[in-house]
Design a protein around this ligand. Structure first.
Ligand SMILES: Nc1ncnc2c1ncn2[C@@H]1O[C@H](COP(=O)(O)OP(=O)(O)OP(=O)(O)O)[C@@H](O)[C@H]1O
Length: 358
């Protein structure tokens, strides 16, 4: 699947405005070239011995994100997503490769970069636990030296769009997860960042809060042209927000392109769902294989590119049919197939851990 990676210029790499940048163009906001991160870990091996090994969390990733793009960055647990984002913010130092965000090297100019980016980690808050939201925001304003008028304008906008008016005087510890997440997103935007990194922004939220967060992000991107890099396990986030998606596994880029291309790349099969008049042994028919049987209902997988008509005719000729339906693969199936077909798929660790001598 590496052949599909990064720089093959697939349709989804278009900016939101539909323009296509040149390599030297000034609209390239995030540039990674063969980025690597290796963690050295020590483990106990028996009472007195310790072994040393290396975890290659990010293993030569290259991509470019242009100004105004909203990109999904997805992959299974341990694939290397958070490690990439931490390098993009300057929290972690790369072990190799090259990295630029808004022309800045995050490793060497972390403070300067902080004024240009916003970060939201869904599982942790950046707000002050004991302070009301309003006071947290005042501190953020001072930290980033946001001019008063600009601050007021940004805050008003966030309060309105994220529905925060009733919450401003409430200490952060008393907020629900969804309220806190909206509070965190506002805090990350008060200094007008050009890039927003969101790590699992809808994790644990109820349906209404998820919808609020998604519609806010859509507006932010459309109105302000804020570039968004979004890590999520909720594929509805991707479907509703991102025209471009990057799939990472074992520290490598497996796919970079539009959602339709992702479906095509991973959607090897469709399914014909057959309701028989009575329970039967698994259907045996040319061009398909029975993948599931539940009472009189059976599921037949067949190649996605093949027409369903001849298969339906064959089944109808040999079996007592009550009903039929077609099941298209959804994005979860597609991605599960993609992970399974990557190197050493399955449930094992997603980053290669290699023993080192000494
Ligand atoms: N500080 C660290 N020391 C050693 N190994 C680490 C460290 N941080 C991450 N790793 C390892 O690097 C690999 C990638 O981890 P990372 O957190 O980037 O994955 P992820 O894709 O964000 O996963 P998740 O979806 O679970 O957050 C994993 O094998 C992880 O155990």
């Amino acid at each position: 699947m590496d052949g599909m990676a990064a720089s093959d210029g697939m349709d989804g790499t278009d900016g939101m405005d539909g323009t296509r940048g040149t390599v030297a163009g000034g609209d390239e906001l995030i540039v990674l070239e063969e980025l690597e991160k290796v963690f050295r870990v020590r483990r106990r091996a028996g009472r007195f011995r310790r072994t040393r090994s290396e975890v290659r969390a990010v293993n030569g990733i290259s991509f470019t994100v242009r100004r105004g793009e909203m990109v999904g960055y997805i992959g299974p647990n341990g694939a290397g997503k958070s490690t990439t984002i931490k390098m993009l913010t300057g929290i972690l130092t790369p072990s190799g490769g090259r990295l630029r965000v808004a022309g800045i090297d995050p490793q060497h100019e972390r403070t300067r970069l902080a004024r240009r980016i916003g970060v939201v980690f869904g599982q942790r808050t950046t707000l002050w636990w004991d302070l009301p939201l309003r006071d947290s925001y005042a501190l953020v304003r001072r930290m980033y030296r946001v001019p008063q008028a600009r601050f007021r304008e940004n805050l008003e906008r966030c309060v309105e769009l994220l529905d925060l008016a009733e919450l401003l005087e409430v200490p952060v510890r008393q907020l629900s997860l969804g309220q806190r997440m909206r509070g965190d997103i506002a805090a990350a935007l008060l200094h007008d960042p050009e890039v927003l990194y969101l790590d699992e922004p809808t994790i644990g939220l109820d349906v209404i809060s998820k919808a609020k967060v998604r519609s806010f992000l859509r507006e932010l991107n459309a109105e302000r042209g804020t570039t968004v890099l979004l890590t999520t396990h909720d594929l509805t986030d991707i479907e509703q927000l991102c025209r471009r998606v990057m799939v990472i596994d074992h520290g490598r880029l497996m796919y970079d392109g539009g959602l339709p291309g992702l479906y095509e790349a991973g959607a090897g099969e469709r399914q014909l769902v057959v309701d028989l008049e009575r329970e039967q042994p698994p259907i045996s028919v040319e061009g398909a294989r029975t993948v599931r049987v539940e009472g009189p209902r059976q599921w037949l997988a067949f190649p996605a590119k093949a027409s369903a008509a001849p298969l339906v005719a064959r089944v109808a000729a040999d079996y007592p049919l009550l009903d039929l339906s077609l099941r298209e693969p959804d994005i979860e199936d597609v991605i599960a197939r993609m992970y399974a077909s990557g190197d050493g798929g399955g449930d094992g660790p997603r980053a290669a851990e290699v023993p080192v001598a000494g």
